[in-house]
Design a protein around this ligand. Structure first.
Ligand code: FES
Length: 169
């Protein structure tokens, strides 16, 4: 099946691009839109975005491969980004990671669980060091984390993506 935005998403694309003086400046948000719509940025999605934005496909590919926020393969239903940078590290991020991996059933410490429910990424500072150790689940930040809090968060997830971006404190 050909990759194409449905009409309502194409309208969102048009509105987004209209906010920028140059179409190419909208590439990052357009890729976010494409990722939201298609789940990840496949080579076909890169081609489609390049065509829509009248950019060389190699330019789109460069951006997609440079930024870790773009998925190149289908992620799990929930994407967990666990911060591994200094403040989080000093406050026990690796203990949190071990507990989280056991809790979600991920043996090798990163990637997607066999049931396809979770993708765990270890990332650099998410700019919320005051909540260290912290993680992002879909669009929401959680911290400071403890093993008990991890259990509570994971047990509370449904199959719907978490959309709020609110600190729990
Ligand atoms: S060091 Fe973890 S959010 Fe900044």
């Amino acid at each position: 099946m050909a990759v194409e935005f449905p009409p309502e998403v194409k309208r969102e694309f048009d509105e987004l691009v209209a906010k920028y003086e140059q179409t190419r400046a909208a590439l990052l948000p357009v890729l976010h839109l494409a990722q939201r719509e298609f789940g990840y940025i496949s080579p076909e999605v890169e081609e489609y975005v390049a065509g829509l934005m009248e950019l060389p496909p190699t330019k789109v590919h460069e951006v997609v491969t440079f930024y870790t926020l773009y998925h190149k393969t289908q992620p799990g239903k929930h994407v967990i980004r666990l911060c591994k940078t200094l403040s989080c590290h000093l406050l026990g991020a690796h203990t949190i990671k071990d507990h989280l991996c056991r809790k979600i059933g991920l043996e090798n410490g990163h990637g997607t669980t066999p049931d396809g429910r979770f993708t765990l990424e270890l990332v650099e500072c998410l700019g919320a060091c005051e909540f260290a150790p912290m993680m992002q689940v879909d669009e929401r930040y959680y911290g400071p984390l403890t093993p008990e809090k991890i259990d509570e968060i994971i047990d509370g997830l449904t199959d719907e993506p978490v959309v709020e971006n609110v600190d729990e404190g």
